[in-house]
Design a protein around this ligand. Structure first.
Ligand SMILES: Cc1cc2nc3c(=O)[nH]c(=O)nc-3n(C[C@H](O)[C@H](O)[C@H](O)COP(=O)(O)OP(=O)(O)OC[C@H]3O[C@@H](n4cnc5c(N)ncnc54)[C@H](O)[C@@H]3O)c2cc1C
Length: 266
């Protein structure tokens, strides 16, 4: 099986800060990590290869330091890492990111499964996976919690999807693109052997000119239909907390219940 994993290097912080002048993320001084959801995609890709044989290739689009993320993926057992890095890609929105990743996947030839995380913890849109599926005509299967069955001969896959209202069993044709949630597996730690292999094998870097059919008008900031007008953190909620106390917890609970009834909350 030919398995592709898309992974993104993200700042290691939930406290995303925005430059009010440029409306872009402030990345300086913040260490980078592999997007946490992508670790589950990597693990699932390596498990599929262990079960069905074949090859797992990880692709990341980003600045040169995103090669570290690909090395980490190789440390977990991915066969090869490809970095898409070019000034022409800078400023890509989720559409241009999907377009560029799709071109790279197409260049790699026929694939059976493409794995993505359900979302990146910085951009948070969850659009890139379905965007790639649309560009390449792959079956999109999002929020995958478990691969129920996969039959490469019959070209069929059945997955369990984790939805807000419950779980859903979905069947689709291969090739398919899966976005995975963190409950799907337990990612393995990188091994020293595989990390050393990643340095020996190296990471291939592709520029825009390496992607057949790349239309410069669809790349980077100029190829991005999204216009960010303003990014801001919403002001913190102001509340006036009230503590209900009594000698016994039952008395405090009774006071609370009375207040909730009076406020028509109950
Ligand atoms: C106008 C504009 C300009 C922007 N400029 C920049 C910029 O200069 N630099 C910048 O870093 N961001 C920039 N962004 C943010 C950028 O669009 C998103 O980070 C990117 O498109 C991915 O979207 P996301 O983070 O919401 O990923 P999601 O859709 O939430 O990610 C889902 C999954 O897709 C895969 N994936 C996502 N991104 C990548 C990637 N780059 N490589 C491989 N796999 C990936 C991963 O598997 C990930 O788990 C810009 C956005 C806009 C709108």
């Amino acid at each position: 099986m030919n398995i592709i994993v898309c992974l993104k290097q993200v700042p290691n912080t939930a406290d995303v800060r925005i430059d009010p002048e440029t409306n872009t993320l402030i990345r300086e001084g913040i260490p980078n990590i592999v997007n946490p959801f992508d670790l589950y995609a990597i693990e699932e890709g390596v498990r599929l290869r262990e079960e069905f044989g074949g090859r797992v290739t990880a692709i990341s689009m980003g600045p040169p330091q995103a090669a570290e993320a690909l090395r980490e993926a190789m440390g977990m057992g991915v066969d090869e890492g490809i970095l898409l890095s070019d000034r022409a890609f800078a400023g890509s929105d989720s559409w241009a990111t999907s377009y560029t990743l799709a071109l790279a996947i197409r260049k790699l030839g026929a694939c059976d499964v493409v794995l993505c995380g359900k979302q990146a913890i910085d951009g948070d849109t969850g659009q890139v996976g379905p965007g790639i599926a649309r560009q390449l005509g792959l079956t999109p299967l999002t929020y995958v919690f478990r691969i129920h069955s996969l039959d490469p001969e019959a070209g069929k896959i059945v997955v369990e999807r984790l939805l807000e209202e419950g779980r859903e069993l979905a069947e689709g044709n291969l090739p398919a693109l899966l976005t995975v949630v963190k409950d799907i597996n337990q990612p393995r730690a990188a091994t020293l052997y595989d990390l050393r292999r990643s340095f020996r094998v190296g990471i291939r870097t592709w520029k825009a000119s390496d992607l057949p059919g790349a239309d410069p008008a669809n790349l980077g900031l100029s190829g991005s239909p999204t216009q960010v007008v303003r990014i801001f953190s919403p002001p913190g909620r102001k509340g006036s907390p009230e503590i209900f106390s009594g000698e016994r917890v039952e008395a405090a609970a009774s006071l609370l219940a009375d207040r909730l009834l009076a406020e028509h909350v109950l």
